[in-house]
Design a protein around this ligand. Structure first.
Ligand code: PMV
Length: 318
């Protein structure tokens, strides 16, 4: 066990996508929110060499020797090259409460926590857009051409309206959103789902562009409902988004079973969140239906159910 004092530390939350995953890769908007209950942490310690330790996944990586496709080593290299410093003799210890390959943004949150810890250890302050751009570079290693929504929401740490290639827009939440996140227990790498959607889009671009347009329109409508605090209407939009995600081929029987169970138990709406196929789904509940929906999700096979809340906020980044 390490008893020495950390030089610096950093952290970042997980995330859920409320609306618009996959279509966001093709330029349509998405709405995402941080999940503050599930976080990634990084701490920097003096050491004899530059290493990253991730005890949760049993990894110890000597950064100098790591291959270019190792996202943890690459996060360290990117920070060092961008601040113009050689690899330091530091040990970066990473811990995360966010399950991997489950649509909750674990890769982005780990990279953001590491970047923040390293920047603090170097005594360098970066604005969020710069941290987000660095995390995006690491995200590319997870799945080729990410939209940028994950790095944006975990770095800004608040709900975002996101369109690829544009800065995130300030976005108000009119009433608290109570959401249950239920894990199918099926690990589903985003890279695979995103790759399959790309192949399907290439095979039939007209059909997929039309589906992405329908998702984009729904996301725009949902934004209005979220801003106005119209949660029931928002729930209906989640169900529609789920139907469209099934049409683009990223649903699964397990996700459908959980969504159906949640709706039957009184959820206002339910959909997958993130890459799909497996991973997590989200259900919008009211405080009075929460317990019932949680039990129904567990009875329908959810491995774990976590409650999160998106608090009301104003369209103001400060
Ligand atoms: O599975 P996650 O948490 O990485 O979410 C991916 C969201 C997608 O829209 C499917 C991909 C992307 O790059 O936006």
């Amino acid at each position: 066990m390490n008893t020495s004092q950390a030089i610096a530390s950093g952290q970042a939350p997980g995330k859920i996508i409320l609306f618009g995953e996959h279509a966001v890769v093709y330029g349509r908007p998405a709405i995402a929110a941080p999940v503050h209950q599930l976080r990634a942490y990084a701490a920097v310690f003096e050491d004899g060499e530059c290493v990253v330790e991730a005890p949760d996944i049993g990894r110890r990586i000597r950064v100098e020797e790591a291959t270019r496709d190792d996202p943890l080593a690459q996060a360290v290299r990117l920070v060092c090259s961008q601040v113009g410093r050689p690899l330091p003799r530091w040990r970066v210890v990473v811990r995360s409460q966010i399950p991997v390959a489950s649509g909750l943004g674990s890769g982005a949150a780990v990279a953001a926590a590491m970047a923040r810890a390293l920047l603090a250890a170097f005594g360098v302050e970066w604005p969020p857009d710069r941290v987000s751009a660095l995390v995006y570079e690491v995200e590319k290693m997870h799945h080729g051409s990410p939209s940028g929504v994950d790095n944006t929401v975990v770095v800004y740490g608040r709900p975002v309206w996101f369109v690829r290639g544009r800065p995130p827009e300030p976005f108000a939440v009119g009433a608290p959103l109570h959401l249950l996140m239920a894990d199918t227990g099926i690990a589903s790498p985003t890279r695979v789902a995103v790759g399959d959607v790309r192949a399907a889009w290439q095979a039939d671009p007209a059909r997929f562009e039309a589906l992405f347009d329908r998702i984009g329109d729904l996301v725009a409508q949902a934004r209005g409902w979220i801003e106005a605090g119209e949660t029931a209407a928002m729930g209906g939009a989640m169900d529609e988004n789920q139907a469209l995600l099934n049409e683009i081929g990223v649903g699964s029987t397990e996700l459908d079973r959980l969504c159906e169970a949640a709706r039957k138990a009184g959820a206002l709406g339910a959909k997958l969140s993130g890459g799909g196929r497996g991973g997590n789904m989200i259900a919008l509940v009211q405080p009075e239906s929460r317990e019932r929906v949680e039990q129904a999700l567990l009875a329908a096979g959810a491995r774990q159910v976590v409650m999160t809340q998106v608090p009301p906020s104003t369209p103001d980044w400060s």
